[in-house]
Design a protein around this ligand. Structure first.
Ligand SMILES: *Cc1c(COP(=O)(O)O)cnc(C)c1O
Length: 367
């Protein structure tokens, strides 16, 4: 039995007719930049998140980058980012001209927590980027409270958490701006690159619309140097269809996670814990094993494709040598990087496939 890490083809086949028609519709309209499909998707996605406004951009990285700029963050400022995240969170800060201040994460959830934020803050800190990694929200109340007391801006990286709840509110609606990616493998994925920023703030919305469109609100008038970073109209038309399926797909991911959790209970295989303060949408199901590389190899020889998210913490990447944070700076993140393994996870994964993953995994432990 083959178990790929994700299977975008299987999902496409379930929505082919609708998606093909939507794409052909955009082609026939020749409205390729912004226009009605982008506007409607922005409205629908804002409503989905419980936010007033949504601004479509070219990628999740750009959503974060432009969000920082829209808040006036730039050279001389510091932004706190967990070292345990995809590198794009840090890159966005670097693009803005601000400096990245890394912090460690919680041992059980591998998410940012307020304790570690407190250690990273300096008098130059302007913003915090909590990352809702793997599909569940950071415990936001303490971070938002800390930010308020210290006049810091909170920008959420919700690129792995479309539809996740924190208490009764959606990921992305918990800070000043929420940033999403529609990279194809995400819970809500386009058929190319795409991203979105959501906010309740009218002025920030105006700034983001300007920044994504060459720094202009009125054509050929440019009050600032903006960017070319719009959500592609063909992608918006695909995403409108997929958004209607998202809740169902997220529930199926949760069911698969339950199979994994139950199947591995009582074994030596630990997994990343749920925070207990929201609903996890399981972008990734991450286990922790001591001899990770051997376990990964034994899965691969049985046709199962695991992935490591992520093998090298960002503060130890060559690209961030200038952060000055060497080995030993963030022990929880560094230890986890050697133990984590993401199991196959996508809504079309069958129970049989999940059970196969579990039994191969348990076998791999036997001496
Ligand atoms: C995918 C991802 C991003 C970047 O999104 P792109 O659309 O690929 O630019 C940023 N942060 C996290 C946590 C991600 O998973």
């Amino acid at each position: 039995m083959q178990v790929p890490f994700v299977d975008l083809k299987a999902q496409y086949l379930t929505i082919k007719e609708e998606v093909d028609a939507a794409i052909l519709n955009v082609l026939a309209s020749t409205q390729f930049i912004l226009g009605e499909e982008v506007k409607l998707f922005e409205e629908e996605f804002a409503a989905f998140c419980g936010s007033k406004y949504a601004i479509g951009v070219a990628s999740g990285t750009d959503a974060l980058h432009l969000a920082l700029r829209a808040c006036g963050i730039g050279p001389g400022d510091e932004v706190i980012v967990p070292s345990n995240t995809f590198i794009a969170t840090a890159l966005a800060v670097s693009y803005s001209g601000a400096s990245v201040r890394f912090c460690d994460v919680n041992e059980d959830t591998l998410l940012m927590d307020v304790k570690n934020v407190e250690k990273a803050v300096t008098d130059k800190t302007r913003a915090i980027i909590p990352v809702h990694l793997y599909g569940q929200c950071v415990d936001m109340d303490p971070i938002v409270e800390f930010a308020k007391q210290n006049r810091l801006i909170v920008i959420e990286d919700a690129c792995q958490a479309h539809g996740a709840l924190y208490k009764d509110r959606k990921a992305g609606s918990l800070g000043k701006i929420g940033c999403f990616s529609f990279y194809p493998g995400k819970n809500l994925g386009a058929y190319g690159d795409g991203g979105m920023a959501v906010t309740d703030d009218e002025e920030i919305t105006r700034r983001l619309r300007c920044l994504r469109n060459y720094g202009s609100e009125i054509k050929y008038y440019h009050p600032e140097k903006g960017f070319n970073s719009r959500l592609d109209t063909v992608q918006a038309s695909v995403l409108r269809i997929k958004l209607r399926k998202l809740e169902g797909w997220n529930s199926r991911r949760y069911e698969i996670a339950q199979l994994y959790r139950e199947g591995l209970a009582g074994s030596n295989i630990r997994h990343v814990q749920e925070t207990g303060c929201g609903t996890h949408v399981y972008h990734l199901f991450v286990v922790r094993v001591g001899d990770r590389d051997r376990v990964a190899d034994s899965l691969k020889t049985k046709g199962i494709q695991p992935v490591i998210h992520y093998p090298i913490p960002i503060h130890l990447q060559d690209a961030y040598r200038d952060s000055g944070m060497g080995k030993g700076s963030f022990p929880v993140t560094e230890k986890a990087a050697g133990e984590i393994l993401s199991l196959p996870m996508f809504p079309e994964l069958t129970d049989d496939q999940a059970n196969h993953v579990i039994s191969v995994l348990l076998d791999s432990l036997a001496p």
